[in-house]
Design a protein around this ligand. Structure first.
Ligand code: ADP
Length: 390
């Protein structure tokens, strides 16, 4: 603990870019200390708005809106990465503390720069090459620089709404995205894991126990998240150590969610990171002494970090999604039944409109063993759904 750096100031005006569910849960954590959070987002109907000390209507991708908002707060953070970096750089130059820093955000937003960082730092990640467009990928294949199958990832977000595809066959090559891309070796994945780390500007650092994404046996969709992950103790330690090493190399301030692949040979590979609270840490609200949201605030304020150990033997988190055919004003089906399930905590984000598969809330389950929580998750799965009002 870095006592010397602790200001003890609990009225820092913390600005947050984005007012979605992550911002809302951050505001709920801030409420315990009466710490004022101010949000910038496009609509006053966003989930975080009614839990903040203030709200500014604007676009976090606009230079003007971000710059003007930044001038009204003491410290700035994010709940989404896709924000205007130029405005953040200007605010930083004028002395505003920004966590994560604009330089880190700029690197993370571009999957090509992110992967290059892992390579330069000699951190394990799937082998890759960078290409400018589809023609360059085809030429790379002809030269034998890459071979099928591979994974094509658009370097920056928002390409036709889908940025990742597995390319297995010659026929798949016709569907290549014509965009600057990372072309990555297809990993023979045993498990997908995530580790959330928090680091303060003074360098204090702590990791949460690894989480496992449990996939539906048939649908190949993430069914629920499980903590602790079903991996041996040495792999768990290795995953935590790797995430800590990465957060240190990036000099991250705040949270870093590190997504990892464990391949069938037992190797851990870094897939990608998010410098903010993350879906894979929602269970910490119920299952750890310090939630990821509180930890993010402690970290960016340079306060002592909280306890990240599990206080229950096992936890599972299930997203409450919009039904496949739902579109319109949201309401919930199955709420009464889930409310009666022991050790099930329901979180509804308060989104007015439901869309197919939109994240509308989540449920955290806790239990005395991993086997028991898996059984509970399977039993409850799909019971609570967001549907459109008739
Ligand atoms: P996104 O930014 O859309 O989350 P990811 O890079 O996490 O993209 O990829 C999405 C999913 O695609 C991963 O969770 C994993 O299941 C699969 N995937 C990504 N990269 C690879 C890879 N190199 N090998 C095998 N599967 C992969």
């Amino acid at each position: 603990m870095q006592e010397s750096s602790f200001s003890g100031k609990t009225d820092t005006r913390v600005g947050v870019l984005g007012a979605g569910q992550l911002g809302k849960m951050m505001a709920l954590a801030a409420g315990n200390w009466h710490l004022p959070l101010y949000f910038l987002d496009k609509s006053p109907d966003m989930p975080a708005v009614r839990f903040g000390a203030g709200f500014t209507e604007g676009d976090f991708q606009s230079y003007e809106d971000v710059y003007r908002f930044g001038k009204t707060v003491d410290l700035l953070t994010i709940e989404i990465e896709h924000v205007n970096i130029a405005a953040l750089k200007q605010l930083e130059a004028e002395g505003l503390p920004i966590h994560p820093t604009p330089a880190v955000l700029e690197m993370i937003k571009d999957k090509g720069l992110q992967k290059t960082f892992y390579r330069v730092e000699a951190l394990p990640t799937a082998p890759f090459r960078l290409y400018d467009d589809a023609a360059a990928i085809r030429a790379g294949l002809e030269r034998g620089d890459i071979v099928l199958p591979f994974v094509q990832k658009s370097r920056s977000e928002g390409y036709d709404g889908k940025g990742v595809q597995i390319v297995r066959t010659a026929a798949d090559l016709l569907r290549l995205m014509d965009t600057p891309s990372v072309v990555e070796q297809l990993v023979d994945i045993d498990k997908e894991l995530a580790v959330i780390v928090a680091r303060t500007p003074s360098g204090d650092i702590k990791a949460y126990p690894p989480v496992e994404m449990s996939f539906h046996p048939e649908a190949n969709l993430v069914e629920f998240l499980l903590c602790p992950a079903r991996i041996d103790a040495s792999t768990a330690r290795e995953a935590s150590d790797l995430a800590i090493k990465l957060a240190q190399a990036m000099k991250i301030t705040g949270l870093l969610a590190v997504e990892l692949f464990l391949d069938k040979q037992g190797n851990l590979l870094i897939n990608e990171v998010a410098p903010r609270p993350h879906n894979s840490g929602h269970h910490t609200i119920e299952s750890c002494p310090t939630s990821q949201f509180e930890q993010h605030l402690r970290a960016i304020l340079n306060w002592p970090l909280g306890d990240t150990s599990l206080r229950v033997p096992a936890a599972a988190m299930i997203n409450v999604l919009g039904a496949a055919d739902a579109s319109g004003e949201a309401t919930y089906e199955g709420l009464a039944e889930v409310l009666q399930t022991p050790a099930a905590a329901i979180h509804l984000y308060g989104k007015d409109t439901v869309k197919p598969f939109r994240k509308m809330g989540h449920i955290t389950l806790t239990a005395n063993s991993v086997a028991e929580v898996v059984e509970k998750a399977r039993a409850i799965e799909g019971k609570l759904q967001a549907i459109a009002k008739k």
